[in-house]
Design a protein around this ligand. Structure first.
Ligand SMILES: NC(=O)C1=CN([C@@H]2O[C@H](COP(=O)(O)OP(=O)(O)OC[C@H]3O[C@@H](n4cnc5c(N)ncnc54)[C@H](OP(=O)(O)O)[C@@H]3O)[C@@H](O)[C@H]2O)C=CC1
Ligand SMILES: [Mg+2]
Length: 431
């Protein structure tokens, strides 16, 4: 049923009202940052933006929302993502799209708004791209791919037991801004996410206004559903920039292990670059967690490889696979990927001195059982057809800090991995 923008807006506001009334304090709430970390520098411009956000919240909570410009309109874009419980009662796909939600957002403005919300938190960690260029120049702009397990909100608050992480650091209204800030800082062309339990109410509406086309595939029996006040199941999400790529085909894959259907999923899409007309396949997955499940993960990996063999027509189409494999490089599933006939290499190995070693960690947290520091996340790519031009360096132990992740300045227990890829000039027969 179509609703006029004004009616829809006031309907949203009625749903949001109790939370919106608390909003003026949110952006300016004094969090307790770790003692060593200085708060983010609050420039006069950011403070002005923060008070504009608060002002917009105040006026929106009292009156019907006007279709304003600039910060207040942007504010409403972020504010609409706050009403998570209402969204699960009225999923976005069941209501007519709000015309305002289709309007493009300037990434710089959204970034500024996120920073205003986060201005009491310690500063973002500085991470640099490492230049890995070989002597194969490309005439086309690189393809930037981000792999990230963003930590499901329900699992972070209800299941993960991050014993050194204060609950305030996990508040969704702010953690959401840290996640968006990370995405906006690196501006990937393709975004591969795991543990997404705020797709319909947050990432899909916001990222679509930033020009991304998104796909979500929830886990059939997400552990999020066990958590009180959950926001629906978690799953994998894949976003690509529509001005750079055309979708050729898309497959949602429920992984099997020894022919049995499992609770783990993958999304695989064939995209065509608009600049070069070259096609490639991009896939995202999140394999079964925990020790004792190594053979299960291995079987899931074999199933995924088989699916990717079919989708890439026997490795004719170049491939990038992003995932939280929940497996160290010593595990069988890693070895299957490294030795597959798809001719894959793991991009982050290129950051090591000899190009042969994975980084020392991609996730680092403290649970009741103790410290968990592991390399579990990977970006695999067709090593003959594609080159890694650069990769985003990981955080140092010092940056991560003694309480590890997540924290007031990093929203997930997993680090994001970001690589710039280019096509090699003579791919035929060398995939
Ligand atoms: N709602 C329902 O009806 C049903 C719910 N379930 C639930 O689903 C779970 C199984 O689902 P499945 O997908 O196989 O789960 P997994 O074993 O793959 O783990 C699910 C999540 O738990 C995280 N995790 C890993 N290690 C730990 C740990 N030591 N403590 C807490 N969390 C951890 C993982 O994060 P990461 O990948 O970052 O390590 C992962 O996202 C069961 O535990 C059950 O609670 C199962 C069946 C039905
Ligand atoms: Mg997790």
């Amino acid at each position: 049923m179509y609703q006029s923008p004004r009616r829809l807006c006031s309907a949203l506001l009625q749903r949001d009202a109790p939370r919106l009334r608390r909003l003026p304090a949110r952006g300016l709430r004094l969090l307790s940052p770790p003692p060593a970390a200085a708060p983010r520098p609050a420039s006069p411009r950011l403070l002005a933006a923060a008070s504009a956000v608060s002002g917009a919240a105040r006026s929106c909570s009292r009156t019907a929302c006007s279709m304003g410009n600039g910060t207040s309109r942007l504010y409403s874009a972020l504010a609409k993502t706050l009403n998570s419980s209402a969204a699960s009662q009225h999923p976005e796909y069941l209501v007519s799209p709000d015309p305002e939600q289709l309007e493009p957002i300037d990434p710089k403005e959204l970034l500024e708004e996120c920073r205003a919300v986060l201005h009491t938190r310690p500063p973002r960690f500085q991470r640099d791209f490492v230049d890995l260029r070989t002597d194969c120049p490309s005439s086309h702009p690189p393809i930037r791919v981000m792999q990230w397990n963003i930590l499901a909100q329900a699992l972070g608050e209800g299941k993960d037991n991050f014993v050194q992480c204060p609950v305030e650091a996990l508040k969704w209204e702010e953690r959401k801004c840290l996640i968006l800030e990370e995405i906006l800082a690196y501006q990937p062309d393709i975004l591969c996410l795991q543990e997404v339990d705020h797709y319909f109410d947050t990432f899909q509406p916001l990222l679509s206004r930033l020009g991304y086309q998104g796909t979500f595939f929830p886990k059939p029996w997400s552990p999020c559903l066990d958590v009180e006040h959950n926001n629906g199941p978690d799953g994998c999400a894949l976003f690509f920039l529509q001005n750079r790529f055309k979708l050729v085909n898309s497959a949602n894959i429920r992984l099997t292990a020894m022919t049995l259907k499992t609770n783990q999923v993958a999304i695989a899409q064939t995209l065509e670059c608009k600049e070069s007309s070259r096609q490639f396949c991009i896939a995202v997955t999140h394999l079964k967690a925990r020790t004792g499940w190594e053979r299960f993960r291995s079987a899931q990996g074999c199933d995924l490889l088989q699916n990717l063999q079919n989708i890439t027509q026997g490795a004719k189409i170049p491939l990038i696979v992003c995932g939280d494999f929940n497996a160290e490089p010593t595990e069988e599933v890693y070895k299957h990927f490294a030795s597959s006939s798809l001719n894959l290499n793991s991009a982050y190995k290129l950051l090591s001195a000899d190009g042969q070693s994975e980084p020392p960690y991609t996730t680092w947290k403290i649970r009741t059982s103790g410290e968990c520091r592991h390399t579990l996340d990977y970006i695999w790519y067709s090593k003959h057809a594609l080159s890694v031009r650069s990769a985003l360096d990981l955080l140092t132990e010092e940056q991560i800090g003694p309480n590890r992740l997540p924290s007031f300045n990093y929203p997930s227990d997993h680090l994001s991995l970001v690589c710039d890829f280019s096509f090699n000039e003579e791919p035929d027969g060398l995939l």
